[in-house]
Ligand binder design. Structure first.
Ligand SMILES: [Zn+2]
Length: 135
């Protein structure tokens, strides 16, 4: 696959985003406290890759700890569609989105998307956790 314009939305459709993303560039799943509990399947793009975003006024923001990322949840359906962060160690500002919310990807394409497993729980993001089968 290659860089392509994708659309994603929350469950009820109140919040929508269009962004440029190459699914082959990879996505991640992580065992940190929030990823594990929310079953987050995420990918990051540069803020410039976001082409359109609507419904942000219908989101609430959750942030915790070092507050390095603002997670946006739809007020109506509760789906977390995206977050904005700024972490110098991974290249500064980024837009994180929920890969499972892509609306224009077939089952076969979802199955082919590479997933990197991260040991976020131990702040060891570049390595896989010892146990990964449940992620
Ligand atoms: Zn919604």
């Amino acid at each position: 696959m290659a860089m392509k314009r994708h659309s994603a939305s929350c469950h009820c459709g109140a919040v929508k985003v269009e962004l440029d993303f190459d699914t082959a560039a990879g996505t991640s799943r992580c065992n940190c406290s929030i990823c594990r509990k929310s079953r987050w399947w995420g990918a990051n793009v540069k803020p410039e890759a976001v082409r359109a975003l609507s419904g942000e006024e219908n989101t609430f923001v959750y942030s915790w700890g070092s507050k390095s990322i603002d997670l946006h949840y739809c007020k109506t359906c509760g789906i977390r569609l995206y977050g904005r962060g700024d972490i110098p160690q991974i290249g500064g500002k980024f837009f994180a989105f929920n890969v499972a919310c892509l609306d224009d990807v077939s089952d076969e394409e979802f199955a082919a998307i590479p997933v990197r497993l991260c040991n976020g729980r131990d702040n060891d993001w570049m390595h896989e956790p010892k146990v990964t089968s449940y992620l």
